[in-house]
Write a protein that binds this ligand. Structure first.
Ligand code: S3P
Length: 172
C-alpha cells in the first residue's frame, strides 16, 4: 500500500446517492473488513429515523450526533465506515476521520444521483426539492469540499461495483 494506511479504516464519503452503502457492502465482502454505516449507527443509538431527528430536533442537533458517532467509530479497526453525505462539511469531522481512516470519495453526476434517489423519501436534505437542478446546486456547493478532503476519488457513473472496489483497493 502506497499510503501505508491499509491496516486502518476506509471512510467512504460523497454526495447522497453516490452508492456509499452499496460499495461498502461490496468492499466488505472482498476485503473481509467489517462495515458500519454512520447514519445507521445514529438511528440505532437514538432509536429514531434520520428524517425524524431532523424534523424534531433540527439539522444542527443531527450534526452533533454525527460528530459523536464519527468519534465513537474511530475506535474500530479494519472497518469500512460509510459516512452520510454531509459528514465531512465540518472541519472537526475531517480531523476525526483523518486519525484512523483513508478517505475515499465516490463521485457521480447530478443525473446519476437523481436516478438513484428520486424514489426515496428518507433524505431530509432533498425531500422538499428532488430535482436535478437542486441536486446540481447542492453538489456544486459540496464538491470542492469533498475534493479537498479525499485521499482517493473514484467515479461511479458507470455503476460497476466490482470495478469500483478494485480501483479503490489498488489506490489504497
Ligand atoms: C445527508 C446525507 C444523508 C444523511 C442525512 C444528511 C447530507 O446520508 O446523513 O440525511 O447532508 O448529505 P446519505 O449520504 O447516506 O444519504
Amino acid at each position: 500500500s502506497e499510503s501505508g494506511k491499509i491496516d486502518c479504516n476506509v471512510a467512504l464519503i460523497g454526495f447522497m446517492g453516490t452508492g456509499k452503502t452499496t460499495i461498502s457492502n461490496a468492499l466488505s465482502r472482498i476485503t473481509g473488513f467489517k462495515e458500519v454505516d454512520v447514519d445507521q449507527y445514529i438511528v440505532e443509538k437514538e432509536g429514531m429515523a434520520i428524517k425524524d431527528i431532523f424534523a424534531e430536533n433540527g439539522e444542527q442537533y443531527f450534526r452533533n450526533l454525527e460528530t459523536q458517532a464519527l468519534r465513537d467509530l474511530q475506535e474500530e479497526k479494519e472497518t469500512i465506515i460509510s459516512c452520510g453525505g454531509g459528514a465531512v462539511l465540518r472541519d472537526e469531522n475531517v480531523e476525526i476521520l483523518n486519525t484512523g481512516s483513508v478517505i475515499v470519495q465516490l463521485k457521480a453526476t447530478p443525473e446519476t444521483v437523481f436516478e438513484r434517489v428520486k424514489d426515496h423519501t428518507h433524505r431530509p436534505i432533498l425531500n422538499n426539492d428532488m430535482s436535478v437542478r437542486h441536486i446540481t446546486e447542492l453538489m456544486n456547493q459540496r464538491e470542492p469540499r469533498y475534493n479537498s478532503v479525499a485521499d482517493i476519488q473514484v467515479n461511479v457513473d458507470k455503476g460497476d461495483r466490482v470495478e469500483t472496489c478494485y480501483y479503490i483497493l489498488k489506490e489504497l
